[in-house]
Design a protein around this ligand. Structure first.
Ligand SMILES: O=C(O)C(=O)Cc1ccccc1
Length: 394
């Protein structure tokens, strides 16, 4: 399921329909015809330039709407419109200087989940220091933002060294068509924060992302407060500040405390001080795998029926000396139970699982290609989620 580049869709119709987005259903992207183009089409000189792009929900679909929109290009000032038309600043042709690497490079737009100050933003900036970081309310919005070209990449957490997997990211990888093009590991230090002047013993509730609450289990138990899940860590801090909640604390980054004017009551409150979260970098297009630097490949599959199939599936890697770095199993949410045949009266016997595996090899290597073609013998479904350079830095 590949997206067409914007230039390749039928722009004449002014209502762009890209099929096969997200859940295989059409998504409508409505682009108002710019006034200058209408005027030019009518043989008149353009009066001003301005283009606004708005993401709309097709009412026949159940796809969620991205919770942000592109900022419209402001129309030219009235004074400019009234100037002699021949003096209008028409688009300047590209020169060779525009093509030089040192020339202006538009900042890459990187979607992350949460509000400014969220750990996802720090991860995005670690990989793309000059990026335009695009905050998204939910993980799914970040996926959609990339699919709909509102962002170029998404950086989303996949697993944490002390609390384990981010299940939502695993599920969304499967239901969307984005590719993993890289990973980044981030040391995560959690702070307990509250409104200035509030003391620890005055806190009745603590809000944060469920992963942050899980990573700070010991400190929270000692505090004896009610834990409340919030979409993201920084969003919890923002809520406390904006509503002036005196008896509520948040677990978030030091950066979030600074942005929202909260006071840090205790820092590094995570159970294990060396607390690492691994984030994936996702894009519309896969990267071309290479040989010669440490590469990782991520796959997801479901197994055939039969005894010892998981063992046989894993053997395809061991036989070729391919190291597995991660294995994760998730129940198939849409088809959770595997039924045995009629002789057993179609009784549900066990859960049906999806297996997510990361292995240390590039898809450009024959041993990885052979392993996957061997794996086909034992699976009912197999998808390569990405083959990408490993993050060996911290
Ligand atoms: O909520 C955030 O700040 C996130 O980016 C998700 C998260 C939560 C806890 C640790 C790392 C990432």
């Amino acid at each position: 399921m590949d997206l067409k580049a914007p230039g390749t869709c039928s722009c004449g119709a002014r209502r762009l329909r890209w099929r096969d987005l997200g859940h295989g259903k059409p998504v409508a992207l409505s682009v108002p015809v710019p006034a200058w183009r209408r005027e030019r089409a009518q043989g008149r000189r353009p009066k001003h330039f301005g283009l606004s792009v708005k993401l709309v929900k097709d009412e026949s679909l159940s796809l969620p709407r991205a919770s942000f929109s592109l900022t419209p290009t402001p129309p030219e000032e009235e004074s400019v419109r009234n100037q002699n038309l021949s003096l209008l600043p028409l688009p300047k042709p590209l020169s060779s200087t525009d093509l030089s690497v040192s020339g202006h490079k538009p900042n890459i737009r990187v979607a992350y989940q949460g509000c400014p100050g969220a750990f996802g933003e720090a991860a995005a900036r670690k990989v793309y220091p000059d990026c335009q970081a695009v905050p998204c309310e939910q993980f799914e919005v970040a996926f959609k933002a990339v699919q709909l070209w509102l962002a170029d990449k998404a950086v989303l957490p996949i697993e944490n060294s002390s609390f384990g997997s981010y299940h939502r990211t695993h599920d969304l990888l499967l239901s969307h068509s984005l590719h993993i093009v890289g990973e980044v590991q981030l040391a995560v230090d959690h702070c307990l924060m509250a409104l200035p002047g509030v003391k620890k013993k005055e806190l009745k509730r603590v809000l944060s992302h469920p992963q942050a609450l899980g990573q700070c289990e010991i400190a929270l138990s000692k505090l004896g407060v009610i834990r409340e899940s919030f979409d993201d860590t920084a969003g919890a801090a923002r809520l406390i500040a904006s509503k002036g909640l005196g008896d509520v604390g948040a677990i978030a980054s030091a950066q979030a405390a600074e942005i929202y004017g909260l006071h840090i009551l205790e820092d590094k409150i995570q159970d294990i001080s060396f607390n690492i979260t691994r984030f994936l970098i996702l894009a519309r297009e896969p990267i071309i795998p290479r040989i010669g630097c440490p590469f990782k490949t991520s796959i997801v599959f479901t197994l055939e029926d039969g005894s010892g199939v998981l063992y046989k599936a894993l053997a395809v890697f061991a036989l070729r000396n391919i190291n597995l770095t991660k294995i994760e199993s998730r129940p198939q949410r849409k088809r959770p139970l595997r039924f045995v045949d009629d002789t057993d009266h179609g009784t549900a016997k066990y859960f049906d699982y999806l297996f997510y595996i990361d292995f240390e090899a590039s898809m450009a290597e024959p041993r990885a290609q052979n392993a996957l073609s061997n794996l086909q013998e034992f699976v009912t479904f197999l998808r390569v989620l990405g083959s990408f350079p490993m993050d060996i830095t911290l």
